[in-house]
Design a protein around this ligand. Structure first.
Ligand SMILES: [Zn+2]
Length: 267
């Protein structure tokens, strides 16, 4: 993991995805214009923040990474396993064209200069790209998304619709709630393989969503050396990261964004 500080903003990046053909980053709450309980760089339009303030936060991240603000696409996330392909036609959906919101928990594109983003605040954000196929994906995989294997579905879309090969796909599993903090009841824990669950012997369990998602990607054909787990727990680092569990329902939202900036080689 690398940390990029731009004035008072702090961004997290995966060294594995560090490539001149793409831009990617995970935002934190550092910097930004939001105030009060969600003070910082909130990117969620539906958490009680002023619309214009959230817009300014988007303009700030766009300026920091030289990405086209008006083209950022973000869907309404519903903890589904639905992955949608987006093109230039959907540019701005869910952000500058907020009214054009659609529901999806995974976005895939091969379009240049089309930033795709998923929101996170405990749930697991996953960014992927295949350089030779020229395709990127952003996935929101909370515990429900993990159980329904949305990451596998995103890999399949990259493969079947864009000719990606799992052996070439690089993936970053971003900041999210770690097994240190993800305490659940049996109804959640029972959905996971036994070795991913720690029984606290008080009716509560701790579940390792990072390893669960890594395993899904491995089973989809990704190579271990092409999966980067950032190992940054949102709850342990709630000073830097919004955490749904720490802050409650109306916590701010961070973004995991990826964009193709140069035409990738087709071999
Ligand atoms: Zn933790």
């Amino acid at each position: 993991m690398s940390i990029e500080k731009i004035e008072d903003r702090v961004y997290l990046k995966s060294s594995l995805l560090d490539n001149s053909d793409i831009t990617h980053f995970f935002t934190t709450k550092a910097g930004g214009y939001s105030t009060g309980k969600i003070s910082g760089l909130n990117l969620g339009f539906r958490v009680g923040d002023e619309h214009e303030t959230v817009r300014k936060n988007y303009m700030q991240i766009s300026q920091d990474f030289d990405i086209p603000f008006e083209r950022i696409i973000a869907a309404k996330q519903t903890h589904s396993d639905f992955v949608r392909i987006v093109t230039d036609e959907e540019a701005g959906f869910g952000v500058e064209r907020l009214e054009k919101t659609f529901e999806s928990d995974g976005l895939v594109t091969n379009c240049m200069n089309l930033p795709i983003m998923v929101f996170y605040a405990d749930c697991v954000p996953i960014l992927m790209f295949d350089q030779s196929a020229g395709v990127v994906a952003a996935v929101h995989s909370g515990w429900r998304g993990t159980v329904s294997k949305i990451a596998e579905k995103a890999v399949l879309v990259m493969q079947q619709k864009f000719g990606a090969s799992p052996g070439n796909i690089k993936a970053a599993i971003g900041p999210s709630i770690g097994k240190c903090c993800f305490e659940t009841g049996k109804e959640v824990a029972c959905n996971f393989e036994k070795d991913l669950v720690c029984d606290l012997n008080n009716g509560k369990f701790k579940v390792d969503l990072w390893e669960a998602n890594k395993r899904i990607l491995l089973n989809s054909g990704l190579l271990a050396q092409n999966i980067d787990v950032l190992r940054m727990c949102t709850m342990c680092h709630s000073d830097l990261l919004y955490s749904y569990r720490v802050d409650g329902d109306k916590t701010g939202r961070m973004g995991a964004l990826i964009m193709i900036k140069n035409r990738m080689p087709k071999d």
